[in-house]
Write a protein that binds this ligand. Structure first.
Ligand SMILES: [Zn+2]
Length: 456
């Protein structure tokens, strides 16, 4: 088989030129793909959506398979590269968010249109346009060379938008298919400044429900005040026991095991562009949470766990009652080294002592994931971007949010690198989701360069 440098030499033009030469076909192909609904939350478009994704994998020259677990099927495609070349797993998801209120869209979410240099439709940016760019890069190698520069497995999740609840189990059951050297996932967006990014991790998360109960039904606060205990007071006192007024978490051992940022990560964060006043202005604030004074914007997001009250439900602000129940949703974002189950048990132990009358349950937990920023693959991914755009990408150590990235670093035990391919104003999850055509075409060329770089 031909190696990556021979493949580069045999291509009739650069990847960017090849992509530009067939741009109308690429745009039409993506629009056709986006026109098939695939809403994991409601089932709209399933099971046909899985067949559509399988067809795209086949068209890219890969051998498809469908893995059926307890959730919506995973679509997998595989093609071997040259002997000794690395095996890269490309992760994306073929499910989409619900369209939401149709009257908020300027055009039908599942009838994509090309307007103002963008393709508009549900799933254009999140995530069909992103994994379609990878699939078209593979197809262009098939068309021009009949071979790939490295061994490739494509993994298309069918339920990322509902939190990939069965991905870990399905991957564990078919681990032999994913015996790869590296994962590259394409999701999220490039930096708000428009610069392309290479990213290396995410925070984990656990979600808690903390509840208190009182009388069997809401009571008149005059007829029963001082007689019936009030679950709303029990709940707020339980919540207040978790943090002191300065914002310090009071749960013993809350961040035990936390691995602090490496020097390389710290330096990479310091090099990222940030207009703090603009960021704060955009959310109606003038200063950051004083509880974390002394920490930079990025340290707050990537190097520290959070403890957040998401909401409280109890009683009725318009009626003079003693409520019968009170419940709070709480999430905790985890940093590397923190085990979700251990953190949950510490919070539960704290509440048993300080608020024994409340109940606490965990409704889901995933650990953080981190690939060292100074790993040997990152310079190749960065070079793939700069070969197309002429600019070096931003290297992001980690995002503050949460993705199922730990499945790759934790279960498969391989480095996992994020290569977001959509414009920052893609309006994913919102009305008028869109993908800029210039980003989509550059993305396709970058995906070709990525395989050439990894294979060389
Ligand atoms: Zn999404």
């Amino acid at each position: 088989m031909t190696d990556a440098s021979t493949i580069r030499a045999q291509l009739p033009a650069t990847p960017r030129e090849l992509v530009q030469g067939c741009q109308d076909e690429l745009i039409a192909g993506l629009m056709a793909y986006v026109s098939h609904p695939s809403v994991s939350a409601t089932g709209e478009g399933f099971p046909a959506a899985t067949d559509v994704a399988v067809e795209e994998v086949k068209r890219a020259g890969l051998t498809p398979s469908v893995l059926v677990g307890k959730g919506r099927p995973l679509v997998v495609g595989h093609r071997a590269g040259p002997e000794g070349a690395p095996h890269v797993l490309l992760y994306g998801h073929y499910d989409v968010q619900p369209a939401g209120p149709r009257e908020r869209w300027d055009s039908d979410p599942f009838t994509p249109v090309l307007r103002d240099g963008r393709i508009w439709g549900r799933g254009t940016g999140d995530n069909k346009g992103q994994h379609y760019a990878h699939l078209q890069a593979l197809r262009l190698f098939d068309e021009h060379i009949g071979a790939l520069p490295c061994t490739v497995t494509v993994l298309l999740d069918g339920e990322e938008e509902i939190g990939s609840p069965t991905l870990a189990d399905t991957l564990r059951a078919h681990q032999e298919l994913f015996d790869c050297d590296l994962v590259v996932w394409s999701d999220r967006s490039v930096h708000e400044s428009g610069e392309w990014c290479v990213s290396h991790g995410v925070r984990g998360m656990i979600r808690l429900r903390i509840g208190a109960s009182g009388p069997s039904h809401p009571l008149h606060s005059g007829n029963f005040g001082n007689v019936a205990p009030n679950p709303a007071w029990r709940l707020v006192q339980a919540l207040a026991s978790l943090k002191d007024p300065s914002g310090r978490v009071l749960v013993e051992g809350f961040d035990d095991g936390r691995e602090p940022l490496s020097d390389a990560d710290r330096a990479a964060f310091a090099a990222l562009p940030l207009d703090l006043q603009e960021v704060l202005g955009g959310i109606g604030l003038t200063e950051m949470d004083p509880a974390f004074n002394g920490l930079s914007f990025y340290e707050r997001l990537a190097d520290r766990p959070t403890l957040t009250i998401n909401g409280i439900t109890t009683g009725d602000v318009d009626r003079t009652i003693i409520p019968d129940t009170a419940e709070a949703g709480v999430d905790i974002r985890l940093t590397p080294g923190q085990d979700p189950q251990t953190v949950f048990e510490r919070v539960a132990a704290h509440l048993r002592v300080h608020a024994p009358e409340v109940t606490v349950t965990m409704v889901g937990g995933v650990p953080a994931s981190r690939t060292p920023i100074d790993n040997p693959h990152t310079p190749r991914v960065a070079r793939a971007i700069s070969r197309v755009t002429g600019r070096d990408p931003l290297l992001v150590p980690a995002y503050g949010g949460t993705l199922p990235d730990w499945i790759f670093t934790g279960i498969l035990g391989v480095p996992s690198i994020g290569l977001p391919l959509a414009n920052a104003d893609q309006a994913n999850h919102a009305p008028n989701e869109n993908l800029r055509v210039d980003y989509f075409l550059d993305a396709t060329a970058i995906c070709m360069e990525l395989l050439l770089e990894l294979g060389s």
